[in-house]
Design a binder for this molecule. Sequence first.
Ligand SMILES: [Zn+2]
Length: 270
Amino acid sequence: MCSYWLESRDLSEERLKEQVDELFAKVDTKLLKIFTSGSFFDDNEVPGYLRRYIVEKALERGVEKIIVESRPEFVSEEKLKDFDGIELEVGIGLETVNDFVRENCINKGFTFSDFTSAVEKIKAFGFRVKCYLLLKPPFLSEREAILDVVNSAKKVSRLVDVISINLTNVQKATVVEKLWERNLYRPPWLWSAVEAIKRIESEAEIICDPVAGGRIRGPHNCGKCDREVASALRLFSLTQDKSVLELDCDCKAVWRKTLEIEDFSRVPLL
Ligand SMILES: [Zn+2]
């Protein structure tokens, strides 16, 4: 479902360092989020000396917290030591606690225990962990997708600080796109995200930004209520107040029927 590989470019290390210098010349902030669309701790993506250079520059400029993302296998004590003196939050795309679903529906290539051992290392340094969960990978019905995300959140809520629920959207040149073109996949209903969040009892903060919400390739409802439901999800993310999710629309009945029938039909109803 991910088409980031289409955006990859081979950048020389010099060019990468120049980007960092350009960034620090422009930016004056306490909070720095470095979104590499990959793994910040992968030496092939960001060489070690450059990671240390970024921390050094950040400290110089008064940055208090850095947010990065990484696959779990690249997280090591040695690399975490480089962040001495600054707050760090590491986002990891676990997607689901279910190893079968992660391997067969998502093709992620690591296990839940790889994730927990990375989390342990990060927490041992007193740093924060954000866990990304994916709502509705291909091959799960709408109801199974909700159950999977609720169960996953329950299991990780004591391990991590933030749980970010990401709703699958249809990206270019992916298996999801091929399925979607043949009417074999529909992005999740926004009601499913609402339902999942209502059911999750979590010690961790829950956030959900429905990227491409209301669009045909993104998570959507009937078209009439999408904007309102997507805004409610964003408002919930800021406030953690579940009462903002008490919404209704005529299409809710269709969504409920979907939950019932897709388990058997295995293809989207509309
Ligand atoms: Zn609606």
